[in-house]
Write a protein that binds this ligand. Structure first.
Ligand code: HEM
Ligand code: HEM
Length: 209
């Protein structure tokens, strides 16, 4: 099918679980980062750190069985695809991807890996008696994560401008412009809501009373 001859319309790209995952993860990571040195909020720090790790665990499963653009298969690409994408930008005819582009795919893996490393190293410290280097590792992982987040946000802004589409709005609403056959059929809102409820229940269960 030659897509250029088809009319564009509003299509659903990101299901509810992906969107709940993304914005909850961003919130947990930001709050955890800024409560890292607080004695008073150390319960919140640890709770949101574990919540972030739990969100990644959910996303790993959803990446295997989820909707079309949520699947790792759709966006985890080899170095050749990443290189071809970068080359297409340099040559002025950037490839367009409905889901994550190949460079975005690398960023997603890096972000998820760093969240896991940060939470794991935090857990080791909290378990007690950790040698000093483990605190250093936790701090290094958290700071590296924030640097990759900054690059991630820059990439989102640049990619939005390059393709004249608002990627942030799409991650909020789930919709983009595209060809009808490219859209996903179901939004999986019940699963998204369950994920949100599970997260809220976990945080509430950790409130220091
Ligand atoms: C701690 C902060 C953040 C983390 C850890 C993070 C992580 C991620 C991850 C893992 C994904 C992949 C989503 C998936 O496939 O499930 C993603 C995608 C995305 N993020 Fe973030 N993110 C953060 C902050 C932000 C912020 C502040 C923005 C807004 C500018 C943003 C905008 C987006 C967008 C638009 C996408 C989809 C990109 C695309 O269309 O390919 N993120 N992010
Ligand atoms: C994505 C999740 C997380 C982020 C972004 C994060 C970030 C940070 C940051 C920035 C600090 C301050 C480091 C410093 O300057 O000394 C810190 C300290 C700490 N974090 Fe986390 N953290 C996360 C998850 C966790 C988890 C899951 C736990 C444990 C359950 C944890 C336990 C601790 C402890 C005990 C400290 C104090 C270490 C010390 O005394 O130096 N963190 N964290």
């Amino acid at each position: 099918m030659n897509d250029s001859t088809l009319e564009t319309t509003t299509i659903r790209v990101w299901d509810w679980p992906v969107r709940v995952f993304h914005w909850s993860l961003a919130l947990c990571v930001f709050i955890a980062y800024f409560t890292g040195e607080s004695e008073r909020y150390s319960w919140l720090h640890q709770t949101l750190g574990y919540a972030a790790a739990g969100l990644i665990a959910f996303r790993l499963v959803w990446g295997a069985v989820g909707t079309r653009y949520a699947r790792f298969q759709a966006f985890v690409r080899g170095p050749q695809a990443v290189w071809a994408y970068l080359k297409s930008i340099r040559q002025g005819h950037a490839q367009h991807h409905v889901g994550h582009n190949p460079v975005g795919g690398v960023a997603v893996l890096l972000l998820m890996g760093l969240v896991v490393l940060t939470a794991l190293s935090g857990w080791v410290i909290a378990a007690g008696d950790a040698p000093g280097w483990q605190e250093e590792l936790h701090e290094l992982a958290a700071n590296t994560l924030m640097m990759v987040v900054a690059v991630h946000v820059l990439g989102v802004v640049l990619s939005s401008r390059l393709h004249r589409e608002n990627l942030v709005l799409a991650m909020l609403s789930g919709f983009k412009q595209g060809h009808a056959h490219q859209g996903i059929a179901r939004s999986w809102w019940v699963l998204g809501l369950l994920l949100l409820l599970a997260l809220a229940a976990f945080v509430l269960s950790q409130l220091p009373l």
